[in-house]
Write a protein that binds this ligand. Structure first.
Ligand SMILES: [Zn+2]
Length: 452
């Protein structure tokens, strides 16, 4: 059980809060309480965020693509390097990298992750004997680290818009819809060994990696689970889809797919005003990945219009070039300020930017992952994190300023404790398995690099 000097409840800040947990869910929340023997005592308790978009293996490339080769570096040249990198990736390495990523996410304050998982097969494209071998590796990592997992097997059938054939590094991703259905079923079977908060959804990779007929055939596989899709990340992608389908990607999806609150369009960077308002009103949760979008030169999200239309959003670390909850929050707001030459952009009307971003990302992220979380309330999953407001970056702030301090001033080191569906895996800022996981990660990456 948990005793917090203060906690952020749906009604606002409350002092001396005791939270009890049963079966991974919050059983009771009592304000004005006294601590009991054996309680984990923390300073300030918040709903933990979901990290709604990750490609775990890309963590091992961080820092390897930040030099300029001949000509102009772009998203597409970065992708070429990524394909060459994963030509050598083994299942053991995938598991070791995923575990390291998940430990870093938990220590940063994320209780759960949406793993948008698209490397399925052996180099060259032959399936493993267990078609869900690599999904099982992600799940084994989650079993070890305790992170809440929403596993999103990816349908990736084509190498580009217009049903271009898969090439090179893409062969490890490829499935037609029938084999994809078997893969999802096998992943669901594997997930039965994980805690009950585990979710298996689906992720058609993007319009350019699928086609209208396949997308329609694949959607029923999701059932009621989340549907994630990359969309409108790059101008070239918008141009390619427009030339092929006669509509911009978001425009096409809204006209041709049953986009609703189960959907999480990832990035949604390059949208017209009409697309922005219509997608926001659909109930879909915009999956924003501010650090990666900055790193890849994608461009800024249309935040003011999205918020004005009541759009939901959450945060993802995508390429995992850096895993930081506080930096994702501030990079999102700073991308807006740099474009608009204005301050305090991501908040409707008047109010705290930090509070709006944090609360929005908590609720939207949980919804995007199919997790009944995002607020500290009885019945919800106990996805919780604690910060130390005695830290020098926070100690001068009033209660109303704590989330602004967290977003704009604090390092992730202010996070002391994290619970994922009640699993208390981070305390004193350290994940319980940090050292063992790091040892295996170093070995895996050393082997990968030496094979280059
Ligand atoms: Zn992505």
């Amino acid at each position: 059980m948990i005793f917090a000097k203060r906690a952020l409840l749906p009604s606002g800040w409350v002092g001396n809060v005791r939270v009890t947990v049963d079966g991974g869910r919050i059983a009771s929340v009592t304000a004005g309480a006294a601590p009991a023997a054996g309680d984990a005592r923390v300073d300030t308790l918040l709903p933990a965020l979901a990290n709604l978009h990750s490609h775990a293996f890309q963590r091992a490339m961080a820092g390897m693509t930040e030099y300029r080769a001949a000509g102009r570096e772009s998203f597409w040249t970065w992708r070429d390097l990524m394909y060459r990198f994963l030509d050598r990736l083994t299942p053991e390495q995938m598991e070791a990298i995923a575990a390291q990523v998940q430990v870093e996410m938990l220590e940063a304050g994320f209780a759960s992750v949406g793993e948008f998982h698209y490397v399925h097969h052996q180099p060259g494209g032959a399936p493993y004997r267990d078609i869900a071998e690599l999904s099982s590796r992600i799940m084994a990592a989650a079993a070890e680290t305790g992170i809440g997992l929403t596993h999103l097997p990816v349908l990736y059938s084509y190498g580009g818009a217009g049903q271009a054939p898969l090439q090179g590094g893409q062969l490890r991703f490829g499935n037609d819809v029938a084999r994809f259905a078997r893969l999802v079923e096998a992943a669901r079977d594997a997930a039965r060994d994980l805690p009950g908060d585990t979710v298996v959804g689906i992720a058609p990779h993007s319009l350019r990696a699928t086609c209208p007929e396949d997308l329609a055939a694949a959607l029923p596989i999701a059932g009621d689970a989340p549907v994630h899709i990359h969309v409108a990340e790059q101008p070239r992608e918008v141009a390619d889809i427009s030339a092929w389908l006669g509509a911009r990607p978001v425009e096409w999806l809204l006209d041709n797919a049953p986009v609703d609150g189960r959907w999480c369009p990832i990035h949604a960077t390059h949208m017209t005003e009409t697309e922005t308002a219509a997608l926001a009103r659909s109930g879909a949760v915009a999956g924003l990945c501010p650090i990666t979008e900055a790193n890849l030169g994608d461009g800024p999200f249309n935040g003011p219009q999205w918020i004005a239309a009541g759009g939901a959003f959450g945060l993802g670390s995508d390429s995992n070039v850096r895993i930081s909850l506080t930096e994702e929050l501030r990079t999102l707001e700073y991308s807006q300020r740099l474009r608009d030459l204005a301050r305090n952009v991501m908040v409707p009307g008047a109010g705290s930017v930090g509070a709006f971003l944090y609360d929005g990302a908590a609720r939207g992220g949980a919804r995007a992952l199919g997790r009944d979380a995002g607020e500290i309330a009885a019945g919800r999953l106990a996805d919780l994190m604690a910060v130390d407001t005695g830290h020098p970056t926070l100690c001068a702030l009033s209660e109303g300023q704590i989330l602004d301090g967290l977003c704009f001033a604090a390092p992730d080191g202010v996070v002391t404790d994290v619970w994922a569906a009640g699993r208390h895996r981070v305390s004193g800022g350290r994940h319980v398995a940090r050292d063992a996981v790091a040892v295996r990660y170093r070995q895996a990456v050393a082997a990968l690099v030496s094979a280059a």
